[in-house]
Design a protein around this ligand. Sequence first.
Ligand SMILES: C[S@@+](CC[C@H](N)C(=O)[O-])C[C@H]1O[C@@H](n2cnc3c(N)ncnc32)[C@H](O)[C@@H]1O
Length: 281
Amino acid sequence: MAAREPVGLNYRHAYHAGNFADCMKHALLVCLLSLLQRKPGGMMVLDTHAGTGWYDLSEARAERTGEWRRGIGRLLDDPQPPALEPYLSRVGRLGLYPGSPAIIADFLRPQDRLICCEFHPEDHAALRARFAANRQIAVHHRDGWEALRAFLPPRERRGLVLIDPPYEATDEFDRLAAGLIAAQHRFPSGVLAAWYPIKHRGPVRAFQDAIRAGSLRDVIAAELWLREPLDPARLNGCGLAIVNPPYGFEEAAAPIAAALLERLGDRERGKGTELLRLAEE
Ligand SMILES: C[S@@+](CC[C@H](N)C(=O)[O-])C[C@H]1O[C@@H](n2cnc3c(N)ncnc32)[C@H](O)[C@@H]1O
C-alpha cells in the first residue's frame, strides 16, 4: 500500500507558540523529563511533530493572534508559582520562547539523545540548522506517525516519545489512539506523551473511549479547561495523555495544572483541571 501523504502543513506553530496549551504541554514535559532523569541510564527522546524549536514572540505571526499574551505572557509576572519554576526558569534562560525540541535539548545529558521529526519544509530546515552542530540530536524531514515505526524501540530501551500533531486532519484523534497502541507494543517500557485539543466533548470522549477499550496499559490524562468545552470553533482546553507515567508524575502534575489554571483561567463557567486514569497498569 502506498504511504499516506502527510497532511497538516497549513498549520504553523509560530502563530500559537506560548499560548495556554503550549504552557500546559511544556510545563508537563519539563516534569516528565526531570522524573526520567532520576535514573542515570541513557535515554532516547523522540519528538514526532517538533516544529522549529524556538519562537520569537515579537514577530508578526505571534503578534497577529496574540495568543502568547494570554499564555506565557501571564506566567512570567512575579511572584511566579513555585510549581511552575522548573518550566519558567527554562523559558527565561532559553531566550526566545522554547518549543519542545529546545526544552528537550536543554535536558540532554551526555548519555542521552533526541530525534526530531518535522514535515513542514521550512520549519524542518530551521530546526535542522539550529541543531546542526549537536551530535546528540538528529532532525528528520519525516512523517511523525511513520517515525513511531521507524525509531521504536530505541537501543537504550529507555525514553520518552512526545506526539504533538496539529489536528488539522479530521482523523487525527483516531491516528493518535492507533499510534499510541502501536508505540506501546513496539516500546513497552517507553513513556509516551500525547497532546490533544479540547474544543468540544465529542471527539475527546471518543478518543478516551478508544484508549479505554484498546490494549494500552497504564494511561493517565492531565486536562485543563478554560471554560466548558461547548464551542467547537474555540480551543477551550487541552490535555496530555501519558502512557507509562514515571513514578511520582501524578503527584507532581496536579499542582502544575492547578497553578496554570490559577493564572491562565478567567472568570468563565466550567474551568478546571483533572487527572484521569484511562487504563490500569
Ligand atoms: C503543534 S506543532 C508542534 C509544536 C512542538 N511540538 C512544540 O511543542 O514546540 C505541530 C507540528 O507538526 C508539523 N507536522 C504536521 N504534520 C506532520 C507530520 N505528518 N509529521 C511531522 N510533522 C508534522 C507541523 O508543521 C507543526 O510544526
